[in-house]
Design a protein around this ligand. Structure first.
Ligand code: NAD
Length: 257
């Protein structure tokens, strides 16, 4: 079977919701044993249940990716049972606002989760992956390369995810570690619903329409569409791919303007 992940051990951050949930389920369907690191453990348990109900194997760890000591402990405990093959750095948070509307606290919060969280997981997994190779996929965004308007802190953080990807890919190419990132445009998840609700109260429907149309294809992406790309990138079929950013954006980057 192509794209088989049989016997692979995959660590996925933020697997309790949206894109991370879809990736967890897709990788488990292909035979991976999935380890979900989540702040929201109740949601992660629901993902785990859906995976077990379909015959897959998943484990849940309550873990805040901003806490390096805890991330290291959790990743080491997984590795001690069986070597980790795949790390998906998916956990991330949003912030709306230009630079004038971004407080120091906003910037620090976005940095801690979206940048330091990715670093913490890579930092913890690399010493193990160096021994037998592996795959790292980081969830970047179209904001990484174009800088989305009114998303100053978020765009900054996703730019950092893109360049961390290039840096890791270069430093560890000879150790058999492949590192790539995925850059979605708007994908319909609780992340999108949440920021529309918080930032555009009373205008939810109009905002949803507006955000759908920013993709030339006329809609938002689906978490499963991103998950299928992640599956390809972590499969052996993608063994010649490293140090690359993969937009999945309904034409957002190339067809707008
Ligand atoms: P989501 O909010 O639906 O899910 C994110 C999950 O991450 C949540 O379950 C949350 O509990 C978890 N999380 C947040 N902070 C955490 C922390 N400190 N430690 C551990 N877990 C934490 O989001 P989503 O839309 O599925 O987005 C997933 C990723 O994709 C994010 O990195 C996001 O920036 C990126 N992305 C999303 C879109 C989109 O339109 N949805 C577009 C481009 C990129």
């Amino acid at each position: 079977m192509k794209f088989s992940l049989k016997n692979k051990i995959a660590v996925i951050t933020g697997g309790g919701s949206g894109i991370g949930k879809a990736i967890s389920k897709t990788l488990a369907e292909q035979g991976a044993q999935v380890h979900i690191l989540e702040l929201n453990v109740d949601n992660a348990e629901l993902t785990k249940k859906e995976i077990s109900d379909s015959g897959g194997v998943a484990f849940v760890y309550q873990c805040d990716v901003t806490d390096q000591t805890h991330v290291k402990t959790v990743i080491t405990s997984i590795q001690e049972k069986k070597a980790i093959d795949i790390l998906i750095n998916n956990a991330g948070i949003a912030h709306v606002g230009n630079v004038e509307k971004t407080t120091e606290d906003d910037l620090d919060r976005i940095y801690r989760v979206n940048v330091k969280g990715v670093y913490n997981c890579i930092f913890s997994v690399i010493p193990f992956m160096k021994k037998k190779g592996g795959v790292i996929i980081n969830m970047a965004s179209v904001a990484s390369t174009v800088g989305v308007s009114d998303r100053f802190a978020y765009s900054m953080s996703k730019g950092a995810v893109l360049t961390m990807t290039y840096s890791i890919a270069k430093d560890y190419v000879t150790e058999g570690i492949r590192c790539n990132c995925i850059s979605p445009a708007r994908v319909h998840t609780p992340f999108v619903d949440g920021f529309i609700k918080n930032n555009y109260p009373g205008e939810e429907e109009q905002m949803f329409e507006k955000l759908s149309k920013t993709q030339p294809i006329g809609r938002m992406g689906l978490p499963e569409e991103v998950a299928n790309l992640a599956l390809y990138l972590c499969s052996d079929e993608a063994s010649f791919i490293t140090g690359t950013d993969f937009p999945i954006d309904g034409g957002f980057i190339k067809l707008n303007g």
